[in-house]
Design a binder for this molecule. Structure first.
Ligand code: ADE
Length: 229
C-alpha cells in the first residue's frame, strides 16, 4: 500500500516530511516529489503549488507515476461556517468547485456535463479520522469544502459561496484533487485547519496562521498514518 500525502504550499508539507524516513527526492513535471517510509508504510509526498490546475497535475502524477493507492491532503482553509475558528480542523464530506460557471447554458453553478457538482470523500477514511479524533479528544469538524482559483477575502463572495453550495470552508485545491481521485477510483481524504475567515482580514490572518494551522493539520494526518500502519 502506497499513500500519497499532498499539500499546496511548502508550509503544508514540511511538517510532514519531518516525520519521514528514507526520503528520496525526484523531479518530475516541474515539481519535486518525495518517496519515503513512515513506520514501514510507503509514502509519496509533494506540495502542488497553489490552485486547481497544479493540484490536479500533482494528484495525477502521484497516482499514475508513483502508484499511490490512497491520497490524503493536508493544508489550511478559510472558514465559512461561523462555528469554525482559526486552528479548527475540518474534514471534507464532499467538495465542489465554486468558480465553475456555465450557468449561461442552464446548468447549475459548479457543474459541467458528464461531471458532478459535489464529489464525495471516501467514507472509510472519514470514519477512521472521526474515530481518531474521538479517541484523542480532538474536535474534528466535517463539512462541505468549496474550491476555486481565488483567494477569498470578501464577505459578499463568501456569503455567495455559502448560499450557493452550503459550503462550510473554502480553499483552492481540494475539489481538483477530488475530481482526479474520483476519476482514478482512488480513496481520498481532504483535511484542512482554518487559517482565516475569508473576510477583510483574511490576507493578514492567512500569513499569521499559515504555519501554525498547517502543523495542526499535518499532526492529524500523522495520527491517521499511525492507524494505517
Ligand atoms: N485558503 C486559506 N484561506 C483561504 C481563503 N481565504 N481563500 C482561498 N483559499 C484559502
Amino acid at each position: 500500500m502506497k499513500i500519497a500525502i499532498m499539500g499546496a504550499m511548502p508550509e503544508e508539507i514540511e511538517p510532514l516530511l519531518s516525520y519521514m524516513n528514507d526520503i528520496k527526492s525526484y523531479e518530475l513535471a516541474d515539481n519535486r516529489y518525495y518517496e519515503a517510509k513512515y513506520k514501514g508504510i510507503d509514502v509519496v509526498l509533494a506540495y502542488s503549488k497553489i490552485g486547481k490546475v497544479f493540484a490536479s497535475l500533482t494528484a495525477s502524477v502521484m497516482i499514475q507515476h508513483f502508484k499511490a493507492q490512497k491520497l490524503l491532503f493536508s493544508g489550511v482553509a478559510g472558514a465559512i461556517n461561523e462555528n469554525l475558528k482559526i486552528g479548527d480542523l475540518i474534514a471534507a464530506t464532499k467538495l465542489c468547485q465554486h468558480d465553475l460557471d456555465i450557468t449561461a447554458f442552464g446548468h447549475p453553478y459548479g457543474y459541467v456535463p458528464e461531471g458532478k457538482v459535489y464529489i464525495e470523500s471516501d467514507k472509510e477514511l472519514l470514519f477512521l479520522a472521526k474515530n481518531i479524533a474521538k479517541t484523542k479528544g480532538i474536535d474534528l469538524k466535517e463539512g462541505i469544502i468549496a474550491t476555486g482559483d481565488q483567494f477569498i477575502a470578501d464577505p459578499k463572495k463568501k456569503e455567495w459561496i455559502k448560499n450557493t453550495f452550503s459550503a462550510d470552508a473554502l480553499e483552492m485545491e481540494g475539489a481538483a484533487v477530488a475530481v482526479v481521485c474520483d476519476a482514478f477510483d482512488i480513496p481520498f481524504f481532504i483535511l484542512r485547519a482554518i487559517s482565516d475567515a475569508a473576510d477583510m482580514d483574511a490576507g493578514f490572518d492567512f500569513d499569521k496562521f499559515l504555519e501554525k494551522s498547517s502543523k495542526i493539520s499535518a499532526d492529524f494526518i500523522i495520527s491517521m498514518l499511525d492507524e494505517m500502519v
